[in-house]
Design a protein around this ligand. Sequence first.
Ligand code: GUN
Length: 286
Amino acid sequence: MAKILSGREVSARIKDELKGEVSELKKQGIFAGLAVIIVGDDPASRVYVNNKKKACEELGIYSEEYALSGETSEEELIGLIERLNKDDSISGILVQLPLPKHISEKRILESINPQKDVDAFHPINVGKIMTGDYDFVPCTPAGIMELIKESGVSVSGKDCVVIGRSNIVGKPMSMLLLHQNGTVTVCHSRTNNLKEKAKNADILVVAIGKPKFVTGDMIKEGAVVIDVGINRLEDKKLVGDVDFEGAEKVAGAITPVPGGVGPMTIAMLMKNTVKAAIINRTEKKI
Ligand code: GUN
């Protein structure tokens, strides 16, 4: 039976450490503050934003939420970001994705001050992830690295396979594994012999957005399996991109869904917000 990598437990530990750090920083006159912007009424985004706000409260981090109508123009959104860029009480700015179709995601992400870009989605921060010289690591890949550490398996020299090539997870994930000396293969919907490639992985990260896509017969005995997927089935049950029941019989360690990668993403966002507070020397809101 595989070791269960509980994101709930690891994230609670990390948040506990951060809570102490937030309180120490306040004594030095540095106050972490996060601005979260949501445009439109996507129910999943709403849940994510609420969880982010809740985590800020738990840690003593000041937060502001901007819930904008789905009809908000690109110029209005950029105006708000520019104001927050200059606000000395705001350490980090997060624009929840996806955005409505009439707004250019690229233009919005480029308008965020890179020093307040706690998602690490600005092209400057994306570039820094390529070179390994970064302040902010994208939250989901950063959380996954913590879970791999928790498995006790060292990345160095291992065959790492990432299924999915998104800008948010797959691409930065492959860089973080490479920085820790993993041998990385990135697979996607057009990959030939995907099953064979997955089965070669000592560390398998799955972020393809298809329920139970990876089955037990695609996993190497003893592999570390990280499931980034969150899919709601017709019967309302939440499942990952990995068939957990089949996979846990073969894997050495595996993340559950829910309670695996999800809570880690939020803990890493908090970590980036604290880092941003230090970089920007953020002041108390008056
Ligand atoms: N939508 C899905 N994942 C994310 C994330 O990590 N950050 C933001 N801003 N939006 C998302």
